[in-house]
Design a protein around this ligand. Structure first.
Ligand SMILES: [Mg+2]
Length: 395
């Protein structure tokens, strides 16, 4: 079997989003989405939807698309699409942006799944058919009491865990956007307390200020409150370019530090952090090395007895979790959620949805072949746009 072509379709879609700078819901926001397709001489194809900064939720920009349709297409035409590891190594040594290399790897997994009529996680080797999910908030969903009300609403809806992205690049007192300095730790600490009071002492809570605390002292001050209130993990609290600050933090605090989440280097940088004692739990997703790289990271973590928690929602991350034991990857990040944002609304370019929770708070692994997508090609073909101008094309 040989790869015969690689194509990318850009199309207009819409979804509910949250305006983080003004703390307002943005229903039915227009977005550019992409579907990458790898075709073969045996008729089977593989697809990956999305691949921008927010994974499944955002398409590839035109610079990324040009890399794929130029150099990568030239490199891969004529190759066997089942040689995923060889292709992963080629794209690594060629220093392609991580998300670009990842969408190729993910589409190759989808192709192998469609070829064998198996979901990707069964092809890798299934570990479980459902995963625990937590409700993950947008940042700046409102003043501290709004978080408490939202957490309680999520608990009543059936979520068994809740993660706060607190106040950053927005001042909860004035309701205005800020450059991120100073941070809002007074409101953040109030939020941590009010949410714990709202959901009760046993409920699983996590906390992620997304790298916006600048000093170890500030980070420890908030961390001590999280420890008092029995939060489960403290995620990516400081910028991730300063590894030593994380070594100090892990030494000081008993609450597990979950990082790095967004630095470059995929499995390689995460392996270094684990070895240096810079993180108690590690973090990866399928646009930072693809399904292949995410599985490698989970395996390294497992070898050290360290958890590897998947970053962001989506089809590919779910497939990795389905192939990894709960001892290593415990919780699926569902979101981002905010009051007035309907996350579960069906995407018009798909017939199915990957992450509705059941009555016990679990998400069930998609059972369709490959990634699990049932693609609405008619919608996509009716909404094709030029990725540089967003102008609708007629095809
Ligand atoms: Mg995070």
């Amino acid at each position: 079997m040989k790869i015969t072509d690689i194509k990318v379709k850009s199309f207009l879609t819409y979804a509910d989003r949250w305006d983080q700078g003004h703390a307002l819901p943005k229903p039915d926001t227009e977005l550019m989405q992409t579907v990458l397709t790898i075709e073969t001489d045996e008729g089977v194809s593989g697809h990956f939807i999305g691949g921008g900064t927010h994974g499944d939720q955002e398409g590839l920009n035109n610079v990324d698309q040009n890399l794929i349709l130029g150099r990568i297409r030239d490199l891969l035409i004529g190759q066997n699409p089942l040689d995923r590891e060889m292709i992963w190594q080629w794209l690594l040594v060629a220093w392609f942006p991580e998300n670009v290399a990842s969408v190729i790897d993910n589409a190759l997994w989808d192709l192998a799944g469609r070829m064998t009529n198996l979901p990707v996680y069964k092809l890798i080797g299934g570990a479980r058919d459902k995963v625990k999910a937590y409700a993950s908030t947008y940042p700046n969903i409102g003043k501290p009491k709004v978080y408490a009300e939202h957490a309680l609403a999520c608990k009543k809806e059936g979520y068994i865990a809740y993660k706060i992205h607190p106040h950053y690049f927005w001042n909860p007192e004035t309701g205005k956007p800020t450059p991120g300095r100073p941070s809002n730790i007074k409101a953040d600490i109030e939020t941590i307390h009010l949410v714990r009071e709202a959901v009760g002492p046993e409920y699983v809570l996590m906390y992620d200020p997304w790298g916006t605390y600048m000093s170890v002292e500030e980070t420890i001050k908030v961390g001590r409150e999280l420890e008092k209130l029995n939060y489960y993990w403290y995620e990516h609290p400081m910028p991730e370019y300063r590894v030593e600050s994380y070594v100090r933090l892990c030494r000081e605090l008993t609450i597990p530090i979950l990082s790095p989440e967004i630095i470059a280097g995929g499995v390689f940088s995460r392996a270094d952090w684990m070895l240096r004692g810079a993180s108690d739990m590690t973090r990866i997703d399928v646009i930072r090395g693809g399904i292949t790289g995410a599985r490698k990271t989970a395996i390294v973590a497992e070898a050290y007895g360290i958890r590897c928690e998947l970053h962001m929602a989506g089809w590919g991350n779910l497939q990795v979790m389905g192939a990894t034991s709960e001892d290593t990857s415990e919780y699926y990040e569902k979101g981002l959620l905010a009051p007035g944002v309907d996350y579960d609304k069906q995407h018009p370019y798909l017939k199915n949805n990957c992450d509705k929770i059941d009555t016990e708070g679990y998400v069930h692994l998609p059972q369709k072949p490959g990634m699990g997508y049932e693609i609405e090609w008619d919608y996509i073909n009716d909404n094709i746009i030029d990725p540089t101008t967003f102008v609708r094309k007629t095809i």
